[in-house]
Design a protein around this ligand. Structure first.
Ligand code: PLP
Length: 437
């Protein structure tokens, strides 16, 4: 079929996510993706500076991951995960547990970031119930948090008006402020104190009622790459422990090296009770997720009754292809070459952000590992409403795939991105800002 026919099929039959089809331009027809570059049917090439929704770690089509999937597919593509296990699932679980701190040793597999969060929330409720403390049934989350689009994950999220159509089916959660900070922010200590005070007040008002506190550690992604300091997470963890509640880190976006170390919890020196992982887990090849629990949590689900067990699962749980991709991706991630690339990306981000910080129309420059972000406009130098879509369109015209979050422009590239490609991207951003000002 030629590209026109394929696009006509898409227009007739496909329903795209997060898209108002009546107003959106037809999608671009991707025909291949290699390294950091996606190629469209019309020959246009785009540098994937958002790792295709933050999943791709080592570049598209990495031969090592592709080969691991092909080998596994030839051997065993899928097998029911009750009564059976298989080598890739056992090995991947052990390797991820080995990389996580403390006794975060028990891996529950699921399919995507949202289900990893749903599982964490369900586990924490049942953990308390199994211990005979069912009144611990409330969740505390953070303003601006995003945890996915299924019902539990939406209930815990507050990032936008995206969820208003389903208000009726969401359950109430308590929220506290997230002390988002940036380079040179002199109000950060005050914001952190306010957030912790809010948490203290909440715990005091509801002693023994909170099941778990759920946070995107170090960076709230979808609400605009809002970053907090590791010290805030330490203070948060101390309070959550003192109250006796569980601490859930949603590392769906921050996991697998994005913030520098393999996991954000390592940067903060914290052992959460539950960690949600997805996105980069398979290097961006296949949908898969994990919720990793501390051993003590797992043990509360053991006993003679089925009632005590975690009665949750998905058809494709621990899909062998996904697990094989995960193992191959981890090999690449732990290689010194990848560590060096991540450091190089961070160093270039830093220099280029410093350049931007001198402009009056870019504010709140911030960086965490390979993720760099800044606000466009602000301080009375606004580019006007709808700057996000204009930035996106101008970037695409230059062959740069960027997806601003409102007026926040960010880069979250695959680790294979070369120095030249990254400088090219930052040069393009500077040109776009000048053009749109
Ligand atoms: N949690 C976080 C922190 C995320 O950033 C996302 C997605 O962006 C999710 C959960 C949901 O993941 P998924 O889209 O795979 O369901």
């Amino acid at each position: 079929m030629n590209p026109e026919e394929l696009l006509a099929l898409d227009a007739r039959h496909v329903w795209h996510p997060f898209t108002q089809a009546a107003a959106a331009k037809p999608p671009m027809l991707a025909v291949s993706a290699q390294g950091a570059t996606i190629t469209a049917a019309d020959g246009r090439r785009f540098l994937d500076l958002v790792s295709s929704w933050w999943v791709n770690l080592h570049g598209h089509g990495h031969p090592a991951v592709a080969a691991a999937i092909a080998r596994q597919a030839a051997e065993m593509e899928q097998v029911i995960f009750a009564d059976f296990t298989h080598a890739p699932a056992a090995q991947l679980a052990a390797r991820v547990a080995g990389l996580l701190p403390g006794d975060l040793d028990r891996v529950f597999y699921s399919d995507d970031g949202s289900t990893a969060v749903e599982v964490a929330m369900k586990l924490s409720l049942q953990y308390w119930r199994n211990r005979g403390i069912a009144e611990r049934d409330q969740f505390v989350c953070f303003e601006g948090g995003y945890h996915g689009d299924t019902v539990g994950a939406m209930s815990a999220g507050h990032s936008s008006g995206f969820f208003s159509a389903w208000k009726g089916m969401l359950f109430p959660v308590e929220t506290v402020p997230f002390p988002a900070t940036w380079d040179g922010d002199d109000s950060v200590a005050t914001k952190e104190a306010e957030a912790l005070d809010a948490l203290d007040r909440l715990f005091a008002a509801k002693p023994g009622r909170v099941s778990a506190v759920l946070i995107e550690p170090l960076i709230q992604g979808a609400s605009g790459m809002r970053m907090c300091r590791p010290a805030f997470l330490t203070a948060l963890a101390e309070r959550v422990r003192a109250e006796g509640a569980l601490l859930i880190f949603d590392e769906v976006m921050t996991g697998f090296g994005r913030t520098g170390p393999i996991f954000a919890c390592l940067k903060a020196g914290i052992v959460p009770d539950l960690v949600c992982l997805s996105k980069g887990l398979t290097g961006g090849f296949l949908p898969m997720a994990m919720t990793v629990a501390r051993e003590g949590i797992y043990r509360e689900f053991l006993g003679p009754d089925l009632d005590r067990a975690f009665l949750h699962g998905h058809s494709y749980t621990a899909n062998p292809l996904g697990c094989a991709a995960g193992l191959a991706s981890l090999d690449l991630l732990l290689d010194d070459a990848c560590t060096a690339r991540r450091a190089a990306i961070e160093a270039i981000h830093r220099v280029r952000l410093d350049d931007l910080a001198t402009r009056a129309d870019t504010t709140r420059t911030r960086i965490c590992g390979t993720i760099a972000a800044f606000d466009v406009g602000g301080g009375g130098t606004g580019y006007g409403a709808g700057i996000g879509p204009r930035l996106k369109a101008a970037a695409l015209d230059r062959g740069l795939l960027l997806r601003p979050l409102g007026n926040v422009l960010y880069l979250l590239p695959p680790y294979c991105l070369s120095d030249d490609e990254l400088h090219h991207a930052w040069d393009g951003i500077a040109e776009i800002l000048a053009e749109l000002a």
